[in-house]
Design a protein. Structure first.
Length: 304
């Protein structure tokens, strides 16, 4: 279905999972040149970095397929119960984020999904396009870097930026820090395991929180804190989801409107946004059909 040569990790997925093969082929057939350039860079730089840390192609693909299996089970549970299975952040931290092997597999899977899941790639592309238009980004904070791919893009777009990266997972810090050292050497980037609430206010031109809010017991305090952290004229970029069960999702947004309302109630102005449904569902039916939505927004402080 696609004349372009495929990276070995995709070929391995095809071999191990025919259903994934069909889904990925349907996605790849309409990708543009920019997508293929990014995919090649991921294959030629990021995956060799993981291999240098002991995670070869077989290991990374195993993490991806585990992620897919876990997502399917969570979706079935969500359809039956209407709620996420994770009790709270403390539980997911104990069972996943603090467990090196499990967290590594999850991050490996999510890194691959960034290029193979239509919505995940759509968010990634939106992030790059929005951030590339920003001016005077001299200080940067990323909360929850995960696999580090968004962080690497910021360091590419703003080579002189002073970046601070925080996460509660030592594994996420280790993976993202190693990626920066390997792929963006010389960057000014500090990695910290700490509570965001302890950080100084009004010192960052850009704050990013990608796939963070849905992992919290209550997103409001961290949104309020994030708003206080950006400088006058600064921005915050977030991604989150509605009706999107996963093994570590805790907070259930039931609609895009609920996300938008919460952002605005926390004092943000939504400057640009992207909402991507899973499946071909008309927008007016998203809420009533509990459609899974991936959402991203570029935010500014709005009026005090």
């Amino acid at each position: 279905m696609n004349a372009r040569p495929l990276p070995p990790f995709i070929e391995l997925i095809y071999t191990k999972n025919p259903l994934q093969k069909k889904m990925i082929q349907n996605f790849l057939v309409s990708r543009d040149d920019l997508y293929w350039k990014r995919l090649q860079e991921f294959n030629d730089s990021y995956l060799p970095y993981l291999a240098s840390q002991g995670a070869n192609t077989e290991t990374v693909v195993k993490g991806y397929l585990k992620l897919c299996d876990d997502m399917l089970r969570e979706q079935i549970n969500f359809q039956k119960t209407g709620r996420y299975s994770s009790a709270d952040l403390d539980e997911t931290n104990r069972l996943i984020y603090s467990q090196t092997d499990r967290m590594s597999a999850l991050l490996h899977g999510l890194a691959i999904s960034q290029f193979l899941w239509p919505n995940h790639y759509g968010l990634f592309d939106f992030f790059i396009s929005q951030c590339s238009q920003l001016q005077n980004v001299n200080s940067y904070l990323e909360v929850g870097p995960g696999h580090g791919l968004f962080l690497l893009e910021i360091l590419r777009l703003f080579p002189k930026v002073k970046a601070t990266v925080v996460d509660i997972s030592p594994t996420a810090i280790q993976i993202s820090k190693g990626a920066v050292e390997k792929l963006r050497p010389g960057s000014s980037c500090e990695f910290v395991i700490q509570d965001v609430n302890a950080m100084k206010e009004g010192v960052y031109d850009l704050v990013t929180m990608c796939e963070v809010l849905e992992h919290l017991d209550d997103p409001v305090p961290i949104l309020q804190k994030a708003r206080s952290l950006i400088t006058t004229g600064g921005h915050c970029f977030i991604t989150t989801c509605a009706n999107a069960p996963a093994i570590d999702h805790v907070y259930l947004y039931k609609s895009v409107e609920e996300i938008q309302d919460q952002l605005q109630e926390c004092g943000f102005q939504i400057d640009a946004e992207l909402a991507l449904p899973v499946g071909r569902v008309r927008r007016e039916h998203w809420t009533s059909e509990k459609t899974e939505i991936n959402y991203a927004a570029l935010l500014s402080r709005g009026r005090s």
